[in-house]
Design a protein around this ligand. Structure first.
Ligand code: G
Ligand code: G
Ligand code: MN
Ligand code: NA
Length: 254
């Protein structure tokens, strides 16, 4: 079958799983949570990256079913970890705009939280900047429903799309995730350093939490700490890990 054909049976065949990437707060230094990242190992086609199959699932509408599977699986894992001594751990889940625009998604989220025993305050939903801004008028109202449930909302890949600052103020978001494109060149490119420190300052003045993605080196970490960045993610801390390895990693971090 084609990749699209194989995708149609992906849940029934149990070919999806999640990887988890830890997220570190800088002051004081502690692991605050993980981001759940979807993985597909197709029996027929091998590993297929999400950048390839998520657009297909969005085209077919199957992203709704897959997104629900991701959210449930992520919450089940988090609940297990919270019961095993990591009671304050949070989870961030990537969300497609199609899920957001679907009318009843807040209820779906609420049901999954109730079913799995995860408090709303432990869940953050990530939406990409480009998608949020392209649908800003439509999405602002939808986002409010999630805030009313008590989940946090992050703008992912910040800096790669275009953001109207007016919308940043108006959207009921809680977190900005600075795209790894800016972090990667921090030490070499003064423009990237200027953009990053400006985004941090601006986000803080709007009362938002700032996460830097794609942190790979000690030098990047030191720059971000000096600029008052709240949290980091990236290979410097850890690659995305399977659930078992991620739990062990968080435990040994202390
Ligand atoms: O981890 P990785 O580089 O493979 O992720 C690639 C992209 O896929 C990222 O932009 C990430 O936001 C997206 N992605 C990962 N998991 C999910 C998911 O569960 N749902 C959606 N909609 N996107 C995801
Ligand atoms: O778009 P989103 O932020 O959801 O996607 C996260 C993606 O970034 C994942 O594919 C993940 O594997 C990747 N990633 C996480 N940390 C690093 C890093 O330090 N360097 C690079 N190059 N990629 C990273
Ligand atoms: Mn993300
Ligand atoms: Na990102």
């Amino acid at each position: 079958a084609t990749i699209s054909g194989a995708l149609r049976k992906v849940i029934d065949r149990g070919e999806l799983h999640l990887a988890y990437q830890p997220r570190l707060a800088l002051q004081p230094s502690r692991i605050t949570g993980v981001e759940a990242l979807l993985r597909w190992t197709s029996e027929e086609h091998g590993e297929i990256p999400p950048s390839e199959f998520i657009p297909l699932a969005e085209e077919s509408g199957q992203i709704l079913e897959i997104g629900e599977w991701v959210l449930r699986e992520a919450c089940l894992t988090l609940h297990r970890w919270r019961q095993h001594g990591l009671a304050n751990l949070n989870i961030a889940v990537n969300m497609s705009v199609l899920q957001l625009l679907r009318g009843n998604f807040p209820e779906v989220v609420q049901r999954i939280l109730a079913d799995t025993g995860v408090p709303a305050s432990a869940l953050e939903l990530e939406l990409t900047e480009s998608v949020l801004m392209a649908n800003a008028a439509q999405t602002a109202g939808k986002l409010q429903a999630f805030r009313e449930i008590g989940v946090s909302l992050a703008i992912d890949d910040f800096g790669t799309g275009y953001s109207s600052l007016a919308y940043l103020k108006r959207l009921p978001i809680t977190t900005i995730k600075i795209d790894k494109e800016f972090i990667g060149d921090l030490s070499r490119d003064p423009d990237d350093a200027a953009i990053t420190s400006t985004v941090i300052t601006m986000a803080h003045s709007l009362g938002l939490n700032v996460v830097a993605e794609g942190v790979e080196t000690q030098a990047q970490l030191q720059f971000l700490r000096a600029q008052g960045c709240d949290e980091i993610q990236g290979f410097w801390l850890s690659r995305p890990l399977d659930a078992h390895a991620c739990l062990a990693f968080i435990r040994q971090w202390g």
